[in-house]
Structure formats: structure tokens, C-alpha cells
Design a binder for this molecule. Sequence first.
Ligand code: FPP
Length: 223
Amino acid sequence: MDGNGRWAIKQGKNRSEGHKEGAKTLEKLALHAKKLGIKILSVYAFSTDNFKRSKEEVDYLMNLLIYYFQNKLNKVCEQGIKVVFSGRKTPLSSAVLEAMDKIVKKTEKNEECILNICLNYGGQEEIVDAALKISEDLNKGIIKKEDLNRESFQHYLYQDLPPIDLLIRTGKEHRLSNFMLYQSFYAEIYFTDILFPDFLEKNLDEALYYYGTRDRRFGNIKS
Ligand code: FPP
């Protein structure tokens, strides 16, 4: 969800206003994605590296997230969307962790689709954390070395979600920035200059249209 800060500066506002607007955009997009039948939407809300930002911006973002989990995402929950999180718990505050826990519990029986919120998330960190859990399970004999493969490795990630089909990067940058590296091994990547707060329902439709034009051969050749 890149470009919130630049969106705000362009409007003569402070960066935090951009995050607030970005949150509104996410609300709209989540409902739109559900309406279109998208089963899993993963969003990058806060990376492990985002802790390098000013305390003021980090605090603002954390409070915004709490506010959304406690209030604004209610509409999303009522629509049958199940909220899950990917990322490390440390050093998130107990207030953030509690709000995350509540929304997870509140939506755990929802079956329409999944909103996977990557919070205090890093793709390399996720792979390292999975490797650590695997080594523990190997030591305990819970899994055998010969049972380890691409698919079984996936079960050790923060969420056991299938590979990403379409990855959308807003805000002009052409990089993955440590987002879901394991899951995006064969993702179609859609880059757009649009800053996230301006990325509306019709822009998601355009990205999906682009996805529909791709020929996904998964390493095979056309038959
Ligand atoms: C990146 O833009 C965006 C973020 C670091 C925060 C994204 C968070 C939200 C949209 C808040 C709402 C989230 C939920 C789950 C309710 P940037 O600040 O790096 O923008 P810039 O590149 O223009 O500086």
C-alpha cells in the first residue's frame, strides 16, 4: 500500500494524513475484492523495517491500526471476511496485539474470503522463522527430512496460504520490498504509478484485467 506519505505531501498535509486516507482506500478495496470473488487479499500494512521511521509516524500508524481493528473493520467483518495476520509479535505493543487478537477471534468463523494483514512483517524474516520452526520439528521427530519440500515448507509460514497469483505494487516503485517472498515465487506483478490512497475499485479492476491477459506457463511450454 505504497505512496501514502507522498500523497499527503502533494496535498500539503502531513504524512500521517496519507496513512489515514490509505486506510479508507483499503476498506473500499477489501469490500470490492470480496464482491469480485477474490478469496485471499494480502496487504502490507507495516514492515519490520518501518520501525526505522520517526516515533511520531510509527505511533500514529499503530494507533490508526488499533482504531481500524476495533471500529472501522467491523463492516469488513460483517461481510464475512476473515482477518488473519502475518508477521512477528515483538516489538508490537500489547494494545496492538490485543486489538489484533480480538479481530482475529471475531472473524475466525467467516468463510467468504481472507484478509491477510502483514504487520511487523518481513519476507526474509518469515522464511528464517519458518526454518527455525522446521529445525525444531526435525529435532523432535515431528517431521522427517525427506518430507520437506516446497509445499510442506509453506505450512511453516506465518499463514498457510497458497502462492500469490497477482501482486500489485502501487506508488511508482518497482521492487518487492521484502513482501511475501516465498509466496510470490510465480506471481504476476502489476506496477502502477498511482499512490495508494488514489488506488480505487476501478484500478483494481484494471489490474485484474492485466492479470487476465497473462499466459501463466509455470515453467512449462505452450501446448
Ligand atoms: C507505505 O506508504 C504505507 C505504509 C507504511 C502504511 C500502510 C498502512 C495503512 C494504509 C494503514 C491502514 C492499514 C490497515 C490494515 C487498516 P509510505 O508511507 O511508504 O508512502 P511513501 O512511499 O509515499 O512515503
